[in-house]
Write a protein that binds this ligand. Structure first.
Ligand code: PGA
Length: 251
């Protein structure tokens, strides 16, 4: 049975002190008896401090924005999944379009990262989505299917059921131009049917698929009430506790 998930990706924003304050504001207003899951995803440097602020909450979890796929070793500047796990991280964003674009991460390396997360019991939040050019030249469906195939389809069905997929059209990220509920639902349905074809009904029904790209309090409800949309990956609006709480309420 799927439930709603609302994840806040803070990206490279806030100092540790500001991050703790933001987490505390979110914790203070959230409804603990709710069946929704909320994930806060601060920069690496804030993980411990933010985790401390989440202790009193039952449905807010800690996430990281990236990881490396090796467990340890001479990989200067990288952070492994065991390190994240030791800090209380439960979710890791893999293959955000900003990492694909600015750090040239390809599906092959992302597949390794997905594997590393699952090996240590963390949930990957695997991002896919097309650029504006790919949408306009009609290659977007192929692009998204390829990202899913190359990044995820090495997994067996039980493992895939532990992955969260996030559909984030690049043209909607940080632009204020959100996909229409119909456009988003179309891709979510397609992704789910693609998973069904490759695996089975049980797996496609179990996988959570989030939408991301300029989700705001006023657009959140309609997007998240689409049949195949299981929640949102929120960037900009997650940096404001009132907006983020309004999105959680809308779910
Ligand atoms: P946005 O970012 O909500 O600011 O568009 C979403 C994301 O990149 O995850």
């Amino acid at each position: 049975m799927r439930h709603k998930i609302i994840a806040g990706n803070w990206k490279m924003n806030t100092t540790p002190e500001e991050g703790v304050k933001l987490a505390q504001q979110i914790v203070a207003t959230i409804n603990n008896s709710d069946s929704k899951k909320v994930i806060l995803i601060p920069p690496f440097t804030h993980l411990s401090a933010v985790q401390n602020s989440l202790k009193s909450s039952q449905n807010i979890y800690l996430g990281a924005q990236n990881c490396y796929y090796r467990d340890e070793g001479a990989f200067t500047g990288e952070i492994s999944v065991p390190i994240l796990k030791s800090l209380g991280v439960k979710y890791v964003i893999i293959g955000h379009s900003e990492r694909r674009q600015h750090f040239r991460e390809k599906n092959e390396v992302l597949a390794e990262k997905v594997k590393a997360c699952l090996k240590h019991g963390l949930t990957p939040v695997y991002c896919c989505g097309e650029t504006l050019q790919q949408r306009e030249n009609d290659s977007y469906i192929q692009i998204i299917l390829n990202q899913l195939r190359e990044g995820l389809f090495h997994l067996d069905d039980k493992s895939l059921q532990n992955v969260i997929v996030a559909y984030e059209p690049v043209w909607a990220i940080g632009t204020g131009r959100t996909a229409s509920p119909k456009q988003a639902q179309e891709i979510h349905e397609l992704a789910r049917s693609f998973i069904r074809d490759r695996y089975n009904n049980e797996t496609s029904d179990a996988v959570h698929i989030l939408y991301g790209g300029s989700v705001k309090p006023d657009t959140a409800a309609e997007i998240m009430h689409q049949e195949d949309i299981d929640g949102a990956l929120v960037g900009g609006a997650s940096l404001n506790a009132a907006d983020f709480n309004a999105i959680i309420e809308a779910a």
